[in-house]
Design a protein around this ligand. Sequence first.
Ligand code: NDP
Ligand code: 8X3
Length: 252
Amino acid sequence: MVKIVLITGATSGFGKAIAIKFAQNGNNLIITGRRKELLDEVAKELVLSFNIEVLPRCFDIRKPEEVNEAIHTLPEKWKKIDILVNNAGLAVGLNPIHEGVLDDWERMLDTNVKGLLYMTRLVAPMMVARKKGHIINIGSIAGRELYPMGNVYCASKFAVDAITKGTRIDLLAHNIKVTQIAPGAAETEFSLVRFKGDKERADNFYQGYKPLTAEDVAEVVYYSTTLPDHVNINDLVLMPTAQANATYFHKK
Ligand code: NDP
Ligand code: 8X3
């Protein structure tokens, strides 16, 4: 059956790969992000390559009024969202707590925690009304363990873990699946954003071992949506084989 899948943060990394994976399997997509040109490019590529319908929605997930506008103005048929992938997120800066930058903290908490909440608050009622749906939150190994200078990013992903568990409890009676996929190190634009455009530092993070790719993550997200109605993956930690936990890597 063709599904409507809403993926936040589909202009790069996991979100884009997840969009491609669902498109390859014939689903129609709502994709979001702030970078309009990239978003339109991804939408065009998906329509041309997979002959599906794609609705791009360009907005900043930190701004509740923009999120409201984007969701409330969806054409009626697009409101039948079967799967919401709360993926948009970022780490900014890597400082010890006493040298933290307030703006970095706000960007992380507003995007990773509040943005995810805004989306869930608007989409979940549509699922509740239809008595079906699947919400997939992208957590992180950083939501399970702290690492040096991870402080606020880790806190934001611990919050995603808690929100996922709470969402699952609250939506249980409404037949809505809630899944968290929590990856370890993956090579995307993530480190470039964390290190504020310092490409050498970002590239260095992925040296000496094989990190996950965005496609690896997309594969697992998609798999979690293919199970029978009575089966749900609550929680899945997905790591590079060369990474044992948040801090221990086997590097050559
Ligand atoms: P990327 O930087 O490649 O992608 C992040 C996506 O989020 C982009 O599409 C970006 O779009 C979007 N985004 C960021 N801020 C906003 C905003 N304010 N409003 C709307 N969209 C926004 O990183 P990843 O693909 O790696 O990250 C995706 C998710 O995975 C994040 O939640 C991240 O925390 C998590 N994660 C990443 C891991 C990794 O090692 N890469 C491991 C574990 C979890 P745009 O800039 O166009 O707005
Ligand atoms: C991203 C993974 O370990 O770099 O969430 O924080 S990590």
